[in-house]
Design a protein around this ligand. Sequence first.
Ligand SMILES: [Cu+2]
Length: 70
Amino acid sequence: MNITQETIRIEGMSCGHCVMTVKKAIESLEGVKEANVSLEDKKAVVEYDEKKVKLEDIRAAVKEAGYEPV
Ligand SMILES: [Cu+2]
């Protein structure tokens, strides 16, 4: 397994509930090992296997959950 770490800036999160929603949306993707989402820093640090999932897929999942990856 080849784990990549990327940081995604996310707009639109306003509370802990948003953080959990984003975390769950990202972590539900096949190939994602972990997502650490920060409300304060408006970002998600995601560890994933780039052979299984692409950064674009992760960004799409965030968007689908109702938030804006920037
Ligand atoms: Cu919220």
